[in-house]
Design a protein around this ligand. Structure first.
Ligand SMILES: Nc1ncnc2c1ncn2[C@@H]1O[C@H](COP(=O)(O)OP(=O)(O)OP(=O)(O)O)[C@@H](O)[C@H]1O
Length: 349
């Protein structure tokens, strides 16, 4: 079931010296019940504006927001079935954890007994029932994050909007925090939109990933779709580390991922594209070899990276040239002028 739909959202802000900023420039987006949609984009891409517009904290210049099939334009945030967590968590310092979690219910004049029951339920969900009497100032960053999530969940929203939910989490604990967030969401069955500027976090967290750039959605798809079938060089080089290699050839760019560029003897001859790679440097990373160098023959001489798994034991050394190859079905073609995906061209063996 579709719980959220944004249609043709445009948001124009008046910036300094009356210059207009198009923070959103025609965004169409939908989220299904139980789905986690990761919203990925660089600083200033419009991610926060999109969340705030869905939540009702900003009104769109053009376009509509539907929740549960109902038009939300003009309706205040408190009556929309959404929960929002901002990067700072924005907890009220003078209120206890219980006061913070109950706050959205109080604003709706929910009776005290019901408020207490719901706050307890949300605190149990986040594993923080022991903190209800504390003030935010006495909590760790992780505990504050849990309080903010409990407060966003207490009204049982149909859509949970999380702005950089893991940015305050110690990098070593992020994978566990991500799993926990997904488990929580599955249990509740809400839709979730998570903003991030980290591609690995977006593909790890999202059932689908929406890529926003300068207020426009470049592509929305499963992490696998974006990785295998990027619509343009922006997406191709954003998703995956190291990024996709792009070799200019006439009016095209020939794209292939570092993990698909292997010593030629490792690639079945049928349909492969071969190229000599002059090796500059080899890095060893958790069993893989990252080979840095330049390729020629298939296009203009270009620096590329090949990522070889530990199972590939071909002897290679800096300063040498070795024949490498990419399986034909792994090569992607882009228009050199605009970066859009194009039909394949023959580049020979
Ligand atoms: N209240 C505002 N008034 C004027 N311009 C704004 C306002 N809010 C955002 N902008 C501008 O709109 C654009 C999009 O901003 P937004 O905060 O939505 O991006 P973002 O993708 O969330 O970036 P970040 O990752 O830095 O938070 C930026 O150019 C920003 O400067």
């Amino acid at each position: 079931m579709r719980v959220l739909e944004a249609r043709g959202l445009v948001k124009v802000y008046e910036g300094p010296r009356k210059k207009h900023v198009r923070a959103l420039d025609g965004v169409d987006l939908a989220a299904e019940q139980g789905e986690c949609l990761a919203l990925l984009g660089a600083a200033g891409a419009g991610k926060t504006t999109l969340l705030r517009t869905i939540a009702g904290l900003e009104s769109p210049t053009l376009g509509e927001v539907y929740l549960g099939g109902h038009l939300m334009n003009g309706l205040p945030p408190r009556i929309r079935r959404v929960g929002l967590v901002v990067p700072s968590y924005a907890l009220y310092p003078h209120k206890s954890v219980r006061g913070n979690i109950e706050f959205p219910l109080k604003a709706e004049r929910v009776p005290r007994a019901m408020r207490e029951r719901k706050a307890r339920w949300a605190a149990d969900l986040l594993g923080i029932p022991g903190l209800l009497g504390r003030r935010p100032g006495r909590l760790s960053a992780d505990e504050r994050r849990r309080v903010a999530l409990a407060r966003a969940l207490v009204r049982e929203p149909a859509v949970l909007l999380l702005d950089e939910p893991l940015s305050g989490v110690d990098p070593r604990l992020r994978a566990a925090a991500r799993d926990e967030l997904r488990a929580l969401q599955r249990r509740l069955g809400t839709a979730m939109i998570c903003v991030t500027h980290d591609q690995a976090e977006a593909t790890g967290l999202g059932d689908r990933v929406a890529i926003l750039d300068a207020g426009r959605l470049r592509q929305v798809g499963t992490p696998q779709d974006l990785y295998d079938e990027p619509v343009d060089t922006f997406v191709a080089t954003l998703i995956g580390t190291p990024p996709m290699n792009l070799v200019p050839r006439g009016d095209r760019l020939i794209g292939f991922r570092p993990e698909h560029l292997l010593p030629a003897e490792e690639v079945p001859p049928e349909g492969r594209v071969t190229m000599p790679l002059r090796i500059d440097r080899i890095e060893h990373l958790s069993g893989d070899r990252h080979v840095y160098g330049s390729v020629t023959r298939i296009g203009r001489e270009t620096r590329v990276i090949a990522r070889l798994p530990a199972t590939v034991t071909t002897p290679l050394a800096a300063g040498r040239t070795h024949e490498f190859a990419v399986p034909g079905d792994r090569v992607r073609f882009f228009d050199a002028a605009y970066g859009n995906r194009t039909a394949p061209v023959r580049i020979g063996g």
